[in-house]
Unconditional design. Structure first.
Length: 91
């Protein structure tokens, strides 16, 4: 489901939320899927507010599990998120 490019970020966020409710320590992404799943949240660069809100939400659920940190940090999504928040704050 995470690797399906046709699935929008809102549905990915809801999937992450569901998995987060099943696993108190947060859902750990399988190591062989880290890059593919994290890259699937590339809508953070989207101009569509719903898309990047969905991506933020999904990443927040995935980041509950510390085993996912490296994959998220390597892709620079926290830096991108901070940049987007700063831009929105200026508006």
């Amino acid at each position: 489901m995470f690797t399906n490019q046709n699935l929008d970020s809102q549905n990915k966020r809801l999937t992450c939320k569901f998995l987060d409710t099943l696993y108190i320590e947060g859902f750990q992404l399988p190591s062989q899927l880290h890059d593919q799943v994290i890259n699937g949240f590339n809508t953070l660069n989207s101009q569509d507010e719903m898309q990047y809100e969905g991506s933020f939400g999904a990443l927040s659920f995935i980041s509950v599990n510390k085993e996912n940190y490296d994959a998220i940090i390597e892709e620079g999504y926290f830096d991108n998120a901070i940049d987007i928040l700063r831009e929105n704050d200026k508006k």
